[in-house]
Design a protein around this ligand. Structure first.
Ligand code: PDD
Length: 277
């Protein structure tokens, strides 16, 4: 199995990461997950743009051109003959004797990318899944796709232990986002999702969905909504690179509407499918 290590495609077993890599010690780095459908990278420019934006926000300089980076990712997919799955890529601030402040001298970032087969979660997408409300205890820069994911991990684990697919996080009464997804509700035929501020990651799937709504005459508002709005919604779904448009049919003990994926959710799943091609 081949991977990318600092821009080169090599054997996975040849990778050597230092114990003082700042990603390993501090979670000091950024990442992306890109979907691969039928051997092609879905919304690759959007993901790579976001990677560079995250890097900029934490002052990591990426020593590759965007185009070059995309080409190597595409080459990796070909070499590994990946059809349906994901590419995971991450960049850390590099390796340096441990200290909280940035390295004093120029240190190159450490860049790793690998592919993984991952089927489309068809059954869950058809039947819908459950969500669990979890207080959002993360920091105030959730717009950065940072390797620091402890808050997200603890939330997801809590959900899993309750037999739920996803944690739906809230700050007080306001819904923020899932542990690894964005949240949408439908009320009176209008889709509502939280504005993309510093409190959520502006999901690429979220952005695709908003665009699909605008192109297909589905009303959408980017607005703050509450726990109560969620529980009383006509439809609820979450979105992410791996889950696409995933219906939520129950939150905690509250069955959402009729307990089956709603009409607008279905429509968006269909439009998303068309977009993938
Ligand atoms: N997670 N919000 C958070 C906190 C996320 O981690 C993700 C993605 C999203 C959805 O973003 P996108 O539509 O661009 O995938 C929202 C990825 C898939 C992960 O960590 O595995």
């Amino acid at each position: 199995e081949k991977i990318i290590f600092n821009g080169e495609i090599i054997e996975r077993s040849k990778v050597n990461i230092d114990i003082e890599d700042r990603g390993y010690q501090f979670g000091d780095g950024i990442y992306e997950v890109i979907r691969v459908y039928n051997g092609t990278l879905f919304t690759k420019e959007e993901h790579v743009n976001r990677l560079y934006e995250s890097a900029e926000k934490i002052s990591i300089h990426i020593p590759y051109e965007k185009l070059e980076l995309i080409q190597t990712l595409e080459e990796l997919v070909q070499v590994n003959q990946l059809k349906t799955g994901i590419i995971y890529l991450q960049l850390t601030r590099g390796s340096f004797p441990r200290q909280h402040g940035f390295p004093k001298s120029e240190v190159p970032p450490v860049y790793v990318a690998y592919t993984r087969e991952m089927p489309i979660p068809k059954v869950s997408m058809d039947d819908g899944v459950k969500g669990l409300l979890v207080e959002d205890v993360r920091w105030l820069r959730c717009d950065i796709k940072s390797l620091n994911l402890l808050g997200n991990i603890l939330a997801k684990q809590k959900a899993a232990e309750s037999g739920c697919f996803e944690a739906i996080q809230h700050r007080g009464e306001e819904i923020t986002e899932g542990s690894s997804s964005n949240v949408f509700i439908v009320k009176d035929h209008c889709l509502i999702t939280r504005p993309a501020t510093n409190l959520i990651l502006n999901g690429i799937t979220r952005q695709v969905i908003i665009k699909l709504c605008q192109e297909n005459g589905i009303s959408i508002r980017e607005e703050i909504f509450t726990i109560n709005d969620l529980l009383e919604a006509d439809e609820v779904f979450i979105s992410s690179t791996t889950s696409e448009v995933m219906p939520i049919i129950q939150v905690n003990d509250k069955v959402i509407s009729s307990g089956t994926p709603g009409e607008i959710t279905r429509k968006l799943q269909h439009l998303f499918q068309q977009k993938i091609g």
